[in-house]
Design a protein around this ligand. Structure first.
Ligand code: ADP
Ligand code: TYD
Length: 206
């Protein structure tokens, strides 16, 4: 495939949206066509699934939750991401399959390898060219969100030790695949983080 697929991962409030917008602006200023998208919710169907997954009241069985994320992902990759990559565009995406491994795995109910395999099946094995992890302690992310007065969704309301397990899972995934991941200290300044990402992406673009 001709394009470039870049995903952003990290806890809620780690700075993904901020850095995605900065990176997209920079890429556009360099003359690239950029698609900004996210999971869950990058498509019409995805918006409906996102509402169910994040805002439905009451229990969702762990495997059902994992399959809802995978259904969103499958449709998103098939209808939006792969076509953009085929056109040679750069897709900058907020969350992808590592989110499923980290979050659904952190509940300690599902096997992380099985969760990953479901996403690989759902996407016909599409892996990102680069995954940026913005690494911040759960307490810092929480404080940032509280300051922003955003409404908490189902997962954000989980206890702090859940978010600490999510963070540890990201670091473990990055250690397993160092060539795909760029882990950045999310407590650095917005500008410093952006610069580090630009260096890496420039490298990938050649
Ligand atoms: P996410 O998309 O990961 O939830 P956001 O980009 O929305 O994160 O950032 C959450 C909050 O933290 C926002 O108020 C944002 O301005 C702030 N923020 C983002 N990056 C930094 C940073 N490096 N240092 C301090 N605050 C930051
Ligand atoms: P979202 O609100 O889009 O991101 P953020 O709060 O970081 O700006 O994230 C939606 C939530 O869904 C987030 O708490 C992580 C969770 N999630 C999973 O549990 N599994 C997944 O596969 C994905 C994509 C997200």
């Amino acid at each position: 495939m001709a394009g470039l697929f870049i995903t952003f991962e990290g806890g809620d409030g780690s700075g993904k949206t901020t850095q995605i917008n900065l990176l997209a602006s920079w890429l556009e200023s360099e003359g690239h066509t950029v698609v900004i998208t996210r999971e869950p919710g990058g498509t019409d169907l995805g918006t409906e699934l996102r509402n169910i997954i994040l805002h439905r009241e009451g229990f969702i069985a762990p495997r059902a939750e994992a399959l809802l994320y995978a259904a969103d992902r499958s449709h998103h990759i098939h209808t939006l991401v792969r076509p953009a990559l085929k056109r040679g565009e750069i897709v900058v995406q907020d969350r992808y399959l590592d989110s499923s491994v980290a979050y659904q795995g952190a509940g300690r109910v599902l096997d992380p390898t099985e969760v990953r395999d479901i996403s690989l099946w759902a996407t016909e094995n599409l892996m990102p060219d680069l995954t940026v992890v913005l690494d911040v302690p759960a307490s810092v992310a929480k404080a940032r969100q509280a300051a922003g007065e955003r409404q908490y969704d189902r997962l954000e309301a989980e206890a702090e030790d859940f978010h600490t397990r999510v963070r540890e899972s990201y670091l473990a995934l990055a250690a397993e695949e160092p060539e795909r991941f760029l882990v950045i200290d999310g407590e650095s300044s917005i500008e410093e983080i952006h610069e580090a990402i630009v260096v890496k992406v420039s490298d990938l673009l050649g």
